[in-house]
Design a protein around this ligand. Structure first.
Ligand code: DAT
Length: 176
């Protein structure tokens, strides 16, 4: 493995704080924040929206081809931010962060984002049933999957510090 920089996945239910964490970490660590949802939208890697849930029906092959063509695997240094994680090949990924949020807080965040009805219910269920944590644990080695709380600003500060320390250690271990 010749990558000079680590690749980090930040995943979790919508509203847990992926974008906020990814932007802060990208700034502090000099990594590239890749919002997978944004790529799907901008590049049209989807077959429209699911009528009931309002989420994109993603063309995963096209998305993977696109990612494969970046320097993600050769050079690294990406923060991949998405509400799913089982798509990325294991060899690309050094750390998988699963953000978790208290359900009362998440309910408020999603409601103020305009989520309601089935879309709101499904996402609440997904967080309560820890769907993304299980998906991460099934898709990657246990030791690279970290579950972090994202209820409050203090949580985020602690999380960012922790990941910064991890990134420093990774660089030392993978130097030369
Ligand atoms: P996601 O990208 O997972 O959908 P987000 O980063 O857009 O989530 O965050 C959703 C909202 O919640 C946004 O208004 C910021 C706020 N938020 C996220 N994490 C937080 C935290 N740890 N403390 C306080 N507010 C937070």
């Amino acid at each position: 493995m010749a990558r000079k920089n680590p690749n980090i996945v930040i995943t979790g239910t919508p509203g847990v704080g992926k974008t906020t964490h990814a932007e802060e970490l990208a700034r502090n660590l000099g990594l590239k924040h890749l919002s997978v949802n944004q790529v799907v939208k901008d590049e049209g890697f989807h077959e429209g929206k699911d009528e009931e849930t309002g989420s994109w029906i993603v063309d995963e092959d096209k998305l993977l081809d696109y990612l494969e063509a970046t320097d993600l695997n050769s050079n690294g240094g990406y923060i991949l931010d998405w509400h799913a994680c089982d798509l990325f090949p294991e060899r690309w990924i050094d750390l998988v962060i699963v953000l978790r949020c208290d359900s009362t807080i998440l309910y408020d965040r999603l409601s103020s984002r305009g989520y309601k009805g089935k879309k709101l219910d499904e996402n609440m269920d997904s967080e309560i049933m820890q769907v993304l944590l299980d998906e991460a644990r099934e898709s990657y080695k246990e030791e690279i999957v970290v579950e972090l709380r994202s209820d409050r600003a203090e949580d985020m500060e602690g999380n960012v510090e922790r990941v910064e320390q991890w990134a420093e250690a990774w660089k030392k271990d993978n130097a030369g």
